[in-house]
Design a protein around this ligand. Structure first.
Ligand code: GLN
Length: 358
């Protein structure tokens, strides 16, 4: 068992919060971390012209280069995720004006899992404003695993940001609705608006997780005990579990990212989904905490806001320019897609997209 998760497991059991979910939380072997030098120098970045041919050929190269990498392992603490075809590998880049470039299994869907947290946080900021998100939920990295309970205790009884489980369950609870049915419907519609289509729901993943989400229930109860929840904690956990069970392909992720890159307007449907003024705040939290306790390494390497999910999806956004979606289920020890990180980092490097190198 990976050390950090193991230590985490022992402490959690020690405080008597839970045991079964924790003991089964064995995260991924064969860590492949997003580290390494940039291959394209800052001077070269300024020379790159983003022609259609160049974009497509860099995507093709990324696919060919990482296709056969078998490092990492599907998440298995949610049983339905363990049996997803680990060979799925799709890469899609969508520009802010809606041009689509893609390669591989770009229509194959996996459950969105933690990437859904971005859209629920976007809903909360849209409804309640940026101060609310910052003050009620938080915008700082925890430096700990995404399902950490210690992180809550260490930060005054609240989640530190909306992209760890605690913060996402908190966000869900604050979406304005008369009951949990309406809350779920609003979140789902909002995700659909970002994608520009009705996203399918993965009933199998939902059933698998909803019957095995005692740790998230414990997190929601702890937050509630600290007066942090906007609605019933267990109901919010169920809605959160539903939002994690929505299916997305790399194509969907690319489109959802392009909506952010296009100042909050879906480039396909032209629908305004989020106010332009809130986009930088959501991207900033993605940069800080999108890849959990490996977010610093990711930012150091690519300079881009990104968000991963244990279903194997990853979404990187080049502000004002494009969304890059990759789907590949095997994960590293942090819970981030191995090939997803590799492909996205490669594309960002080769196309000179690092925002800090402009
Ligand atoms: N639904 C998953 C959970 O609550 C999401 C985790 C993730 O993608 N990091 O554990």
């Amino acid at each position: 068992m990976e050390n950090r998760a193991h230590k985490h497991s022992l402490i959690s059991r020690g405080v008597g919060i839970l045991s079964v979910a924790c003991a089964s939380f064995i995260l991924m072997s064969a860590a492949v971390e997003a580290k390494g030098p940039l291959n394209v120098s800052a001077q070269e970045v300024k020379q790159i012209s983003l022609t259609e041919e160049r974009i497509q050929s860099v995507l093709n190269d990324a696919y060919a280069k990482f296709k056969d990498n078998q490092d990492g392992k599907n998440a298995d603490y949610i049983k339905a995720l363990a049996v997803v075809d680990s060979k799925i590998f799709g890469i899609t880049l969508v520009t802010a004006d809606g041009k689509v470039y893609e390669v591989g299994d770009t229509k194959e869907a996996v459950s969105i899992q933690s990437i859904s947290k971005v859209f629920t946080a976007a809903k909360v900021i849209q409804e309640k404003g940026d101060k609310f998100l910052q003050e009620k939920i938080g915008v700082n990295a925890t430096g700990l695993a995404f399902n950490s309970i210690i992180a809550i205790e260490q930060h005054g009884g609240s989640a530190s940001n909306p992209f760890v489980n605690a913060g996402a369950i908190q966000s869900t609870s604050w979406v304005e609705a008369k009951d949990s049915k309406e809350r779920w419907a609003k979140i789902k519609t909002y995700m659909d608006d970002f994608a520009g289509r009705k996203l399918p729901f993965n009933e199998e993943v939902y059933q698998s997780e909803v019957n095995d989400n005692k740790r998230n229930q414990a997190i929601s109860k702890l937050l509630d005990a600290n007066g942090r929840m906007g609605s019933d904690p267990l109901e919010a956990t169920t809605v959160y579990t539903k939002q994690c069970s929505v299916n997305i392909s790399s194509h969907d992720l690319g489109m959802m990212g392009a909506t952010f890159a296009n100042d909050g307007i879906n480039p396909l449907t032209k629908k305004k989904v989020i106010d332009e003024e809130y986009v930088p705040h959501i991207l900033a939290v993605m940069a800080t905490a999108g890849l959990y306790d490996n977010a610093g390494d990711w930012l150091y390497l690519t300079g881009t806001p990104a968000k991963s999910g244990v279903g194997g999806g990853i979404l990187a956004i080049v502000p004002g320019k494009m969304g890059i979606g990759v789907v590949s289920p095997p994960l590293d020890k942090y819970g981030n897609s191995v090939r997803g990180q590799q492909a996205a980092a490669y594309i960002i490097d080769k196309l000179g997209l690092n925002p800090f190198a402009q």
